[in-house]
Design a protein around this ligand. Structure first.
Ligand SMILES: [Mg+2]
Ligand SMILES: [Zn+2]
Length: 238
């Protein structure tokens, strides 16, 4: 790979081991959220409308919501991977159909604190509590895309990559399906791996970020060797 790749990474089920939005809905929403889910599975509505309606069915307190978020297991190799991409100065973006409040709280616990700002390094929807109700908003893109995505991952990928860089995509689910079709290298698990297989999109299956780190090291090659320091001060001719 001649150029430095840009890395795009999903959050739910990829950085975390389970889908946090699903957990919030299962634990805190009125059971009719599952009917809305079926409309989305059938393709009748996009993920933006789906999440807007589902999250409106959640009733909770800040303490309860935070405790639930804090119970979510994170890939134990993610923090090391994040430090690796930082050291090698690889652009790294988290693209998520989930919510910034949740993501930032999980990442803080995973040792990635305050470094991923929504709209800069992280693209996700927003969530805030009003009393015991959850209010959501969707900014990426500000107007709904043709797919009806909560966050349009492929739209962001096109904008950030602008055809200059090889792109790497890491994900696990159907919200990643439009983006993988336009990525050069794909790391996939679960539903996304099945989708790639079905559609003939080349992908490398993964279980954790240790595997991705070693594959990315292989792709980008060794870091340039540091120039050895001269053992004696160079003689300047003047
Ligand atoms: Mg996911
Ligand atoms: Zn879209």
């Amino acid at each position: 790979m001649g150029l430095k790749p840009i890395i795009f990474c999903d959050f739910d089920g990829t950085i975390t081991q389970i889908d946090v939005t699903d957990l919030i809905l299962t634990e805190l929403a009125h059971p009719s959220w599952r009917e809305v889910e079926q409309e989305w599975v059938r393709g009748a509505i996009g993920s933006r409308e789906c999440l807007e309606r589902q999250m409106a069915l959640v009733e909770t307190s800040e303490t309860e919501l935070n405790a639930l978020i804090d119970s979510v297991p994170v890939d134990p190799h993610f923090e090391k991977f994040y430090r690796f991409v930082g050291r090698r100065k690889l652009p790294f973006y988290v693209l998520s159909d989930g919510f910034d409040y949740v993501i930032r709280r999980v990442l803080r616990r995973a040792g990635v604190d305050g470094q991923l700002c929504n709209g800069t390094d992280l693209f996700a929807s927003s969530l805030r509590l009003e009393g015991r109700r959850v209010v959501t908003s969707y900014s990426y893109p500000p107007a709904p895309c043709g797919h009806g995505c909560a966050t349009c991952k492929v739209g962001i990928l096109r904008r950030m990559a602008r055809d200059h860089h090889p792109t790497i995509y890491i994900g696990d689910g159907l919200s990643d399906r439009f983006a993988v079709e336009e990525s050069d290298v794909v790391f996939a698990k679960r539903k996304l791996a099945a989708y790639c297989q079905e559609r003939g999109v080349a992908c490398q299956q993964f279980e954790n970020f240790a595997e991705i780190e070693s594959a990315v090291r292989g792709l980008i090659g060794k870091p340039p060797a540091r120039r050895p320091r001269p053992s004696v001060a160079p003689v300047t001719a003047d």
